[in-house]
Ligand binder design. Structure first.
Ligand SMILES: Nc1nc2c(ncn2[C@@H]2O[C@H](COP(=O)(O)OP(=O)(O)OP(=O)(O)O)[C@@H](O)[C@H]2O)c(=O)[nH]1
Ligand SMILES: [Zn+2]
Length: 207
C-alpha cells in the first residue's frame, strides 16, 4: 500500500488579525503538503454561506506587489482588489505563491532579461523551456471552503481563473474587470496577455 495515498494535498494552518491601511483583515495560512509551499487568504467582513462574495485570486509577483515595479500591473491590481473588498464591506483575497505564473522568481528575472532583448512574455517563458502559464488553482477550493465561500464575484481579466474555479465547484456568479495599473512600461505586456493568453481588457485602454 502507498503510504502517501491518504495524505491531504493542502492543509489549513492558522488565522490571525491583519490590520491594513484600508481596514482590519484576517490572514489565514495554508500549505501544500507535497511541496510545503505556503499560501495565504485575506478576509474582510462577514457573509452568509450563500452570499456572492467579492474575491480576488492574486498570483505572487514580488517585483510588482512589493518592489513597486511597473513592468506589470500586479501591484496596482493588488491594491485595487483590497480597496474594492473594503468598499463592498466584505470579501476575500487569495494570495497564491505562484511567482512568475509558476516558474519562480529567478526564472522570471531570466524571462525579463529575454524581454529586455525583444521577446514577449510568452516567447520568453517558452525560450526557457516552460509553458506560458504553469499555475494550478486547486488550493483555492480548500481556502474558499474554509472561509465558507461558495459563490463569488471574481475580480479578474483572466478567463482561465474563472474556468478553474468553476471546475472546483465554486459558482462564479459575477466577474469584475480589474484593469488598473496600465502604464507606458507595461502596455506591451498587457497587450500580449490579451492577444496570446486570452485576457479580457478593454481595447481602448491598450492604445
Ligand atoms: N513568467 C512571467 N511571469 C510574469 C511576468 N510578468 C508578471 N508575471 C507573473 O504573472 C503573474 C500574474 O499574472 P498575469 O498574467 O499578470 O495576470 P493574471 O493573474 O493571470 O490575471 P488577472 O486576474 O486579470 O490579474 C504573477 O505571478 C507575476 O509574477 C513575466 O514577464 N513572465
Ligand atoms: Zn507582476
Amino acid at each position: 500500500m502507498n503510504a502517501t495515498a491518504s495524505l491531504p494535498l493542502y492543509e489549513y494552518v492558522s488565522s490571525a488579525k491583519l490590520p491594513t491601511r484600508w481596514g482590519l483583515f484576517y490572514i489565514h495560512g495554508f500549505v501544500e503538503t507535497a511541496t510545503q509551499q505556503e499560501h495565504v487568504a485575506l478576509s474582510f467582513g462577514q457573509w452568509q454561506a450563500d452570499d456572492i462574495v467579492p474575491i480576488r485570486i492574486h498570483s505572487e509577483c514580488l517585483t510588482g506587489d512589493a518592489l513597486f515595479s511597473t513592468r506589470c500591473d500586479c501591484g496596482a491590481q493588488l491594491e485595487k482588489a483590497l480597496q474594492n473588498i473594503v468598499a463592498h464591506g466584505k470579501g476575500v483575497l487569495l494570495y497564491l505563491r505562484q511567482e512568475g505564473r509558476g516558474i519562480g522568481l529567478l526564472n522570471k528575472i531570466r524571462a525579463y532579461k529575454l524581454q529586455d532583448s525583444g521577446m514577449d512574455t510568452v516567447e520568453a517563458n517558452e525560450h526557457l523551456g516552460f509553458d506560458a502559464d504553469m499555475r494550478d488553482y486547486g488550493i483555492c477550493k480548500l481556502m474558499l471552503d474554509k472561509l465558507v465561500v461558495s459563490k463569488v464575484n471574481l475580480m479578474t481579466n483572466n478567463p482561465k481563473k474563472r474556468a478553474a474555479l468553476e471546475a472546483l465547484g465554486i459558482e462564479v456568479a459575477e466577474r469584475t474587470p480589474i484593469d488598473h495599473g496600465i502604464t507606458d512600461d507595461n502596455r506591451g505586456y498587457i497587450r500580449t496577455k490579451t492577444e496570446k493568453l486570452g485576457h479580457e481588457f478593454d481595447p481602448h485602454l491598450l492604445k
